[in-house]
Design a protein around this ligand. Structure first.
Ligand code: NAD
Length: 360
């Protein structure tokens, strides 16, 4: 297979972690006989420096032409006070929009060797393996009317939580498809005891579930879900939820795994002719300016994002599973970066990347 991939290293530790992710990708290609065509482009702070624009036209064009996009991170402290259109983060929102990625997938796994890094007691977090599917382009973050009007005691703010049936159907189908390849269980999160929006959500999810008789569906209210994530995270397989609930719950899920540097993410849109998803893959962490350029950053979030890319955008399940196993081997060997608090000398970003490639 030819993997035509756009790489957007971005800012801070972005270039360091994507370099290791690309190393692992090239190793996979060598081993399984795929060819990789890599193109690199500018996004974020570096793009502002070089072109004045956080998402240059050429980056957008290349992203649309690629089979999949791998991103590092964007954000530089020097832009903290810049106007919104001149901030690196605008580039990230721009690329998501251009690619039409309507679902954000965050796998949350408790690796046995990292169990001590979790804030939860070992017996609670052990064996956790879920994926949170968050609707990414609808809901209260985008709904209109919105705004602040009036003055004095009458000043008021309005936001609108809105979903169409079509928006709920497409993200639900994605969650059920994912569940079919996992433990075949979807937990749909809503607030249907209070919100009409959630009542439609629940009704449509039930309708979609009829297309997937092999997948079990349960519903849970968002407040209970927040509680169950820390009381009994093992009960979840695929968690399906709307934009704002997913924003909050996925950060709660993130801490279960130990370090933010460990966490991959995939933002996925339409189907390609092969049946695979179009996607943008990136570690969950930001540009970590405090450790940038020091060869200290944990590259496993970026490497895990390559595994997600192989799986969802290319349907290469065997290769994806091998990358995940190689990461686990390296974690078990203790060759990890400082954020995972190894017993001996912490490994560098490069050493961890090399170790994962060697384990493959
Ligand atoms: P951050 O994720 O960059 O860093 C938070 C803390 O985690 C820091 O102490 C950092 O050193 C540590 N950390 C993060 N990734 C790590 C890794 N791979 N290995 C080891 N340690 C790691 O979040 P922040 O400090 O709030 O934000 C810094 C910049 O990143 C800001 O400009 C922010 O806007 C941007 N940001 C970008 C993204 C993105 O590109 N998707 C996401 C979040 C934040």
């Amino acid at each position: 297979m030819n993997l035509n991939i756009l790489v957007l290293p971005g800012d801070g530790i972005g270039p360091e972690v994507t370099r290791e992710a690309v190393r692992v990708l090239n190793r996979v290609a060598d081993k399984w006989g795929h060819s990789v065509s890599l193109t690199e482009a500018l996004l974020g702070g570096i793009a502002i420096h070089k072109t004045g624009n956080p998402m240059p036209e050429v980056t957008a064009r290349l992203a649309l032409a690629a089979d999949a996009t791998l991103m590092g991170a964007v954000g530089l402290p020097e832009f903290d006070d810049a106007p919104p259109e001149k901030r690196p983060e605008r580039g990230l929102l721009g690329i998501r929009k251009i690619l039409g990625v309507f679902a954000n997938l965050r796998p949350v796994r408790a690796y046995a060797s990292l169990i001590e890094s979790s804030p939860l007691k070992n017996h609670l977090v052990e064996g956790t393996d879920m994926i949170i599917v968050r609707e990414l382009t609808g809901g209260i973050y985008y709904g209109t009317p919105r705004g602040i009007s009036g003055v004095g005691a009458e000043e008021r703010a309005v936001n609108t939580m809105t979903y169409t049936r079509a928006e709920i159907e497409r993200v639900s189908r994605m969650a059920f498809h994912l569940a079919q390849a996992r433990r075949k269980k979807v937990t749909s999160v809503d607030k249907s005891n209070v919100l009409e929006n959630s009542q439609l959500w629940r009704r449509v999810v039930i309708e979609v579930s009829a297309e997937f008789p092999d997948v079990a569906l349960e519903h849970i209210l968002v407040d209970n879900c927040a509680m169950q994530l820390v009381l009994n995270p093992r009960r979840f397989d695929v968690v399906l939820t709307e934009n704002m609930f997913g924003d909050i719950l996925s950060d709660e899920g993130a801490v279960l795994a130990g370090s933010i540097g460990m966490l991959p993410s995939a933002s996925i849109g339409g189907r390609r002719p092969s049946g695979a998803w179009t996607g943008l893959y990136e570690p969950v962490h930001g540009s970590a300016p405090d450790i940038a350029g020091q060869n200290k950053a944990n590259p496993l979030g970026a490497i895990g994002s390559v595994a997600a890319m192989l799986d969802y955008s290319f349907g290469l399940k065997e290769e994806a599973a091998a990358v995940n196993r190689a990461m686990e081997t390296v974690l078990n060997s203790g060759r990890v970066t400082a954020d995972l608090r190894p017993a001996g000398r912490p490994s560098t970003t490069e050493e961890v990347g090399e170790a994962v490639a060697a384990a493959l």
